[in-house]
Design a protein around this ligand. Structure first.
Ligand code: FAD
Length: 430
């Protein structure tokens, strides 16, 4: 770690002071900032670009797989049997449970409903005709809904990236739904054929308008059957998702289920929008396009973060939470044979041979995925001997060592629980 000492007192021009600076506005950073601001802390949130949430389906995975095998039974119980080095073992089951409840409550208050099937993972249909496990998701995104229906109709929408035929082919092979999934009629292009190719995001936005809802109701009318479920890509609105879904189900007198799909992540954008609204109501000061590029460290504590890009300002606080993501988000950087945390230049533990960073089977756990910042029980970074290296800095989310979101399906679960733990450690009784 570089110990760059600056004259920190009195703060110079351009230095903004608050109680807590949070760097990174993904699920982890947003959630930390909201929880702290709701408890009266003066919080500044530094943002740079879009987080993973913006390109994801928006469901919260807690633990889908362990050692490459499906988790059967309660994932919240299973996470207590993970190895001691796993991120969840530092966070604890209690933090996971409470953070899931806090996110649900927060999203509900912003017009976005989330639901769980307590004690079990839900299996979410995808536009590829497969199912993926998750814990918390938008209502009616569950294999059970398809199994309980007499039939499942997949209407053909004018979307090139979600062909109904592909989903049908996949579901036709799956026990429980095999033989009851059918293609529905083709819907016309809502904006005329001169328009560019549509994405689910275009339709999700369109369905927040009366015109869009009329288009869908008219187009789906020929698909309706008694006891059938309509299965659509995630297009039922963004900011007013719960309202749009209820309205359309009422108009069509039919349950509508949604499938997960590749980016753009309509589901993730629903949650991101809800978090942004909640952050603004809670009084979080969001500084856009403010990439933290350097840190002043004095006597083992952070004295200030300095921003580059369009905002050349420095931020000083008593406490700092770093939620800048992993390799993808930019919180971790890889160099030949080594990896370092990007802001404080903390060295990170990696496999000694570069060949061992990954395995040939891309669906297996990847050693590089577990690379990250090692923390103590109070979320502060520690060195190889377990000694705290920054006394007023805490880390949350994907940047933490010891988990593999893709192979274990645990990304948003870790992000949420670590955000809650950081907020608690910074001093808010959340
Ligand atoms: C395509 C995709 C789909 C996924 N789907 C799911 C899913 O369905 N369910 C699930 O549970 N998990 C999923 N995950 C994993 C999950 O999204 C992440 O593990 C989790 O959201 C990470 O959140 P985070 O806030 O820690 O990091 P990120 O989302 O990476 O956010 C970090 C933010 O910090 C910003 N940043 C970086 N450096 C700086 C800096 N110096 N200053 C200021 N800001 C900075 C980044 O630009 C970014 O906006 C998915 C991931 C991907 C990539």
């Amino acid at each position: 770690m570089t110990d760059r000492t600056r004259d920190a007192s009195p703060p110079g021009r351009g230095m903004r002071i608050c109680d807590v600076v949070v760097a990174g506005s993904g699920l982890a950073g947003m959630m930390t900032a909201i929880l702290l601001a709701r408890k009266g802390r003066k919080v500044t949130l530094l943002t740079r670009g879009s987080p993973c949430l913006a390109i994801s389906g928006g469901c919260v995975d807690v633990l889908g797989y362990m050692d490459g095998k499906r988790v059967h039974g309660d994932p919240l119980e299973a996470l207590q049997t993970l190895p001691a080095s796993h991120t969840y073992r530092t966070l604890g089951k209690d933090a996971v449970v409470r953070s899931l409840a806090l996110l649900s409550e927060l999203c509900e208050g912003e017009g976005v409903s989330l639901a769980a099937d307590p004690g079990l993972n839900m299996w979410m249909p995808t536009v590829l005709g497969t199912f993926k496990p998750t814990y918390l998701a938008f209502p009616r995104m569950d294999k059970d809904v398809m199994e309980a229906a007499n039939s499942v109709i997949i209407p053909r929408l004018p979307l090139k990236d979600c062909p109904a035929e592909l989903a049908l082919r996949g579901f036709s092979e799956v026990a429980g739904v095999k033989g009851k999934v059918f293609l529905g009629s083709q819907l016309d292009h809502p904006f005329g054929h001169g328009h560019r190719d549509l994405t689910q995001l275009d339709l999700a936005r369109h369905l927040e308008t009366q015109k869009g809802q009329d288009w869908l109701v008219k187009g789906l009318a020929p698909c309706l059957r008694r006891g059938a479920v309509l299965l659509l890509p995630p297009i039922l609105g963004i900011d007013r998702h719960a309202q749009v879904r209820k309205l359309l189900e009422g108009e069509l007198s039919s349950p509508i289920a949604e499938m997960l799909s590749p980016p753009p992540g309509v589901g993730g954008l629903r949650i991101l929008g809800a978090l942004r609204r909640a952050a603004s109501k809670a009084g979080v000061r969001i500084v856009e396009n403010a990439e933290a590029v350097a840190a002043d460290v004095e006597g083992g504590a952070c004295a200030a973060l300095h921003c580059g890009t369009s905002v050349r300002t420095s931020f000083a606080a008593r406490e700092y939470v770093i939620a800048t993501g992993g390799f993808l988000g930019g919180g971790i950087r890889a160099y030949p044979g080594m990896a370092r945390e990007a802001l404080f230049d903390l060295p990170l533990k990696v496999p000694s041979r570069i060949e061992d960073w990954s395995t040939r089977d891309v669906f297996k756990p990847q050693p590089y995925a577990a690379v990250g910042v090692a923390i103590d029980g109070s979320m502060r970074p520690v060195d190889r001997d377990g000694k705290v290296v920054l006394s007023n800095v805490r880390f949350a989310g994907r940047i933490l060592a010891g988990h593999d979101p893709a192979a274990e399906m645990c990304g948003n679960g870790v992000a949420l629980a670590s955000a809650l733990r950081c907020a608690e450690e910074v001093g808010a009784d959340v």
